[in-house]
Design a protein around this ligand. Structure first.
Ligand code: APR
Length: 238
């Protein structure tokens, strides 16, 4: 068995940390690779509280396009494998930066969504929540109370949800194996968790097609395979 399978097999408290690279094989773009959403764009102009206030048309257009993409895609075998590993008691929880909801849709129950979700939009005035498909309708950005509807994601400039942070902290502190899947590990505070787990004595595995700032800290870096293949192999053995 290769080390990842062995370590997953031995682990008493394995935690998985996912980024946008987990969902590219479902057809969703990531952010910072060659074909990523931020190529040639400034995230602050599109995905920040300031953009929502001062560049509202561009903000709405950006999120309408992302919601359209999300509704056309679905979880892949790798997401299902992680749900099976949770079922088998091999994965304690998933800390995800992703807002696609694919871990839940694939059957994972223990998921800390650090950056919120694009599955819903909510009213900035009365906080009413709607499925995000509403955003694609005529006048779909206006609530029944006439307030402005925004995606339920964490925008740049906003705090991360306290409960998700606490859950991520607890899992990272208890982890004896911390597996990063498809993240450039360039955005804080999300990228603190792999470091926190490593400092707490966990083995750190990074599966990512491009180098990350934490590779030197990792006990194992897998960059020659796509995440789907890595997880399918792991799932066959466990
Ligand atoms: N297999 C392995 N690695 C992959 C695959 C794949 N199939 N697809 C993409 N990758 C790698 C890319 O090479 C890239 O290094 O996944 C990484 C994804 O990194 P980012 O695009 O930076 O995404 P992420 O780390 O999730 O970004 C964090 O930034 O803009 C914010 O809120 C946004 O949650 C996001 C956060």
């Amino acid at each position: 068995m290769d080390p990842l399978k062995e370590w997953l097999y031995e682990a008493k408290s394995a935690v998985v940390f996912t980024g946008a690279g987990m969902s590219t094989e479902s057809g969703l773009p990531d952010f910072r690779s060659q074909s990523g959403l931020w190529q040639g764009k400034d995230p602050m102009q599109l995905a920040s509280t300031q953009a929502m206030r001062n560049h509202r048309e561009a903000f709405i257009d950006f999120y309408r396009k992302r919601i359209e993409g999300l509704l056309a895609c679905e979880p892949h075998a790798g997401h299902e494998c992680l749900a099976a590993l949770e079922q088998a008691g091999k994965v304690k929880g998933i800390i995800t930066q992703n807002v696609d909801g694919f871990h839940h849709r694939a059957g994972s129950k223990k998921v800390a969504q650090l950056h919120g979700t694009l599955e819903t939009v909510h009213c900035t005035r009365c906080e009413q929540v709607y499925p995000s498909a509403r955003y694609l309708q005529q006048d779909g950005t206006i609530c029944s109370c006439t307030g402005f509807l925004r995606p339920s994601v964490v925008l740049f400039g906003e705090a991360l949800p306290a409960m998700a942070l606490e859950q991520a902290q607890e899992w990272s502190d208890q982890a004896d194996l911390f597996v990063v899947l498809g993240s450039s590990l360039t955005v804080s505070p999300a990228n603190w968790f792999p470091q926190r787990a490593k400092e707490g004595g966990a083995r750190l595995v990074i599966v990512n097609q491009e180098p990350t700032p934490l590779d030197a800290w990792a006990d194992l870096v897998i960059s020659d395979k796509r995440i789907g293949a890595v997880l399918t192999e792991v799932c066959q053995q466990i």
